[in-house]
Write a protein that binds this ligand. Structure first.
Ligand SMILES: Nc1ncnc2c1ncn2[C@@H]1O[C@H](COP(=O)(O)OP(=O)(O)OP(=O)(O)O)[C@@H](O)[C@H]1O
Length: 758
């Protein structure tokens, strides 16, 4: 039976052809002599291995036939209409890269560009003059030229194809540059992007798993037939970016073909992603990376890998909200429909759940005596009633506690934001159950200092809050997390095993101290216990939490992803600019840089659209939506994102007046209508087209969120507002429109008269 290697399709396959290609490959896989496949060599080819095959009357597949040891291996390159397929087949070469020994398919230059081809081939053989870089796009600079790369270095040391290297070096615009990287063999495209973004060749080689073959002992491959060497090469990390072996399972074949580029993450991992998905560490591991760098994709693959390694393992995948957890669960099923999913935490298989639901599950599964002991430790004897229901805490509850107390505090401390943060980060995090304990507890990392009298005043409010919560029969989710953490600790102290073997945590930047106490206690410290994916730039809730204080030591086990798969280079540049000037720190207080993130795709510049009035802004939104729907963009791939629900109500009624149907993201209907949501709700989502609506002065940053706070809390709240805007702007895959009426938000480049990103 022939083997098949599938190349990630760069040209989009029409849906109607996908099933035909499936049929074709299934037949080829069972017998390449099957009648009707017409696997034929061609004349005037650049590579004698090339073949075409008949998909139907109109469509031809382009393949390379390798005469490998046991049975032939076909490398499927793609399917095109007959004449185009013949042309591509005649121009394409399957070869081993001379520097890194990676199989690659190079399409020779189009015949109409014969002049360029001759010129470029000459370059490979002879010394050449360095091309000068035309600067036709004022706001874009060619990163390769900027970092001083020379053509001979790119060819000789970086292993780039001469034509590709030259085109990349000469690219005058972002679009032209990305056209080259997009068309190039995947690893070459990524290497160019790395170098252009400032990575050194050595760093990029390490990330892509590239090893210079010229430094290896020669005899290794000596006895092998050339075709076998190529076939083996498909197993190398950098080759796996673009090529996948299709085993004997038709399911895998179907996935790869039907999924198309939107599902490429299921098969074609970046070597770095693969490393973090498969790696093993003797303790917690942290994976950071900007929005859209594939952190979630790594978590999904890692869950699969861990389950494959040990089918009896109890794996928990968790994240900040229930909606995100549901989406993780769906993606896991997509990734591997055979993956054993557990129904409850602590049983064999992979269990996916929002972190607060997980907390509740642990609490509910304990006996009354166990709960009582844990409640006592968190609240002290007075508040240890177990008769309550978990609930969120509103600002009003803090206001009620403030009003019922004679605390004597300044407004900067006597406000819900300060109190809630203090309660979670100091009181719950340290299991403070009494006034005396609170007066003594270290408040490391808290921005605002408290004297003893102030602490006494603050404690009075906490007492009142606890009292009112108990009377109402409520327990807040952070309180429950602290209680469940104690429950887990008591279990371990009693010699019972931990609930999970591996805990994988997504969107970790938003978890609070009590969550971390709980998560730490879920798995026993040891091999691959915790895997933490986070982006400090996207922290939109709560406070930065130093993990080391909760028994989670990640020193030396922390890596960062830098290639953005979601957002175009133009949108990424814009979003990153929104963060400029903000001092963002990671869990342990180390400054987190936004430099170095780069994107593999190009698109239109984001547009900033200021309107004189709300009515005008709504007119603009209507025009954008109508235009996109007319262009056949699927309705639910258009996202309209605003800071507040109040703005969304205006949007909704404004669109209804204009006869444009839009839907709340939580009630999406049949998928044909654009979806609207708040910036908080947009976390973790993505759309082809995004409108950030109502980015006005006063709305972002929201005055309500920052008014009346002490300096430290205010700075933190402002940072979160900035991060919200960053989260919202990075939801766009292709096109981003930022709109406002009246004065723009002071966080937008427009407010300071800067030009929009390019
Ligand atoms: N190896 C890959 N090949 C193709 N697409 C990929 C790959 N990795 C990630 N993607 C795509 O990039 C997009 C972003 O991925 P993902 O959601 O995992 O990123 P993230 O870092 O978790 O983003 P965020 O922090 O913004 O939630 C998704 O559409 C995903 O399918």
């Amino acid at each position: 039976m022939p083997g098949i290697v599938f190349a990630k399709t760069k040209d989009k396959l029409d849906n109607s052809v996908k099933s035909l290609v499936m049929n074709f490959l299934e037949k080829l896989q069972s017998d390449d002599t099957t009648h009707g496949l017409n696997i034929e060599p061609l004349k005037n080819v650049s590579d004698p291995r090339v073949r075409t095959g008949r998909v139907n009357d109109m469509w031809r597949a382009v393949l390379f036939k390798l005469n490998t040891a046991s049975a032939p291996t076909y490398v499927y390159y793609g399917t095109w209409p007959h004449d185009k397929a013949i042309d591509i087949a005649q121009r394409s070469v399957l070869q081993m890269n001379p520097v890194f020994g990676i199989p690659e398919i190079i399409e020779q230059t189009m015949p109409e560009n014969e002049e360029e081809r001759v010129e470029s081939q000459g370059i490979a053989k002879e010394p050449f003059a360095e091309p000068s870089v035309p600067r036709t796009e004022l706001t874009w600079t060619n990163g390769l030229a900027e970092h001083g790369y020379k053509l001979d270095f790119l060819i000789e040391s970086a292993g780039l194809d001469p034509i590709i290297a030259r085109k990349a070096l000469l690219a005058p615009t972002a679009q032209a540059f990305h056209k080259v990287t997009d068309k190039a063999p995947d690893w070459q495209g990524l290497l160019i992007l790395d170098l252009a973004s400032g990575k050194s060749l050595d760093e990029s080689k390490e990330d892509l798993g590239l090893i210079d073959q010229r430094t290896l002992p020669e005899e290794l491959e000596q006895d092998k037939h050339e075709d076998d060497v190529i076939a083996d090469g498909f197993g190398k990390d950098a080759a796996k970016l673009q090529f996948a072996f299709i085993g004997d399972t038709p399911d895998a074949l179907r996935d790869v073909i039907e999924g198309g580029s939107a599902d490429a993450w299921r098969t074609f991992l970046h070597p770095e992603q693969r490393r973090y998905a498969d790696g093993s560490w003797n303790g917690p591991f942290r994976l950071s990376g900007g929005a859209g760098t594939g952190k979630t994709v790594v978590i999904l693959h890692r869950a699969k890998t861990l389950a494959e390694r040990n089918p009896a393992a109890r794996i928990i995948v968790t994240t900040f909200t229930r909606t995100l957890a549901t989406s993780l669960n769906q993606s896991l099923r997509k990734l591997d429909s055979n993956l054993q999913l557990a129904q409850t935490a602590g049983t064999q298989g992979t269990f996916t759940c929002g972190v607060d639901s997980l907390v509740s599950q642990v609490f509910n599964s304990a006996t009354p005596d166990e709960r009582k002991a844990a409640l006592k430790e968190v609240f002290g004897e007075a508040h240890a009633s177990s008769n309550f229901r978990p609930s969120g805490v509103t600002a009003q509850q803090w206001k009620d506690a403030l009003e019922s107390t004679d605390h004597g505090l300044d407004p900067e401390l006597a406000n819900p934001t300060f109190l809630e943060q203090e309660y979670i980060s100091v009181v719950l995090a340290n299991f403070v159950a009494s006034r005396d304990a609170y007066v003594k507890v270290p408040r490391v990392g808290r921005g605002t200092a408290l004297t003893r009298p102030k602490r006494l005043g603050v404690w009075k409010i906490f007492e009142a809050f606890r009292q009112e919560q108990r009377v109402a029969g409520n327990i807040s989710f952070p309180e429950l997390a602290a209680v469940s953490a104690v429950l887990l600790r008591h279990r371990t102290d009693a010699g019972k095993p931990a609930i999970a073997d591996h805990v994988l945590i997504d969107e970790a930047q938003d978890l609070h101290a009590a969550h971390w106490l709980f998560l730490r206690a879920l798995a026993a410290p040891g091999q691959n216990d915790l895997f933490i994916a986070e982006d400090s730039h996207q922290r939109i809730y709560g406070q930065k939490v130093p993990l080391s204080r909760y028994g989670i030591a990640i020193v030396g086990r922390s890596r960062r992803l830098s290639l953005n798969y979601r957002t175009t280079a133009q949108n990424l540049a814009y979003a990153v600019r929104l963060l400029k000037g903000a001092e963002i720190e990671d869990f342990e207080g180390t400054p987190e840089e936004v430099n170095g993130y780069h994107s593999a795709r190009s698109g239109p510049n984001p547009s900033e659209a200021g309107a004189a009035s709300l009515a005008d802004e709504l007119d603009d939104v209507q025009k954008h939506i109508t235009k996109w729907l007319d262009q056949d963009v699927q309705g639910n791939m258009i996202g309209i994102i605003a800071r507040t629900k109040y703005q969304l109500q205006k949007l909704q009624s404004g669109m209804a007046e204009r006869k444009v149907e839009v839907r709340d993201v939580d009630h999406p209907g049949d998928g044909t209508k654009p979806l609207y949501m708040t910036m908080h709700r947009a976390k973790g989502m993505e759309f082809f087209k995004v409108i950030l609506f109502g980015v006005n002065e006063g709305a972002v940053p929201l005055s309500l969120a920052t008014d009346g706070l002490a300096e430290a809390e205010k700075n933190d709240a402002l940072l979160r507002e900035r991060s919200l805007l960053y989260v919202a702007a990075t939801r766009a895959r292709d096109e981003l429109v930022v709109s406002w009426s009246g004065n723009p938000s002071g966080l937008l480049p427009a407010a300071s008269g800067k030009v929009s990103a390019s």
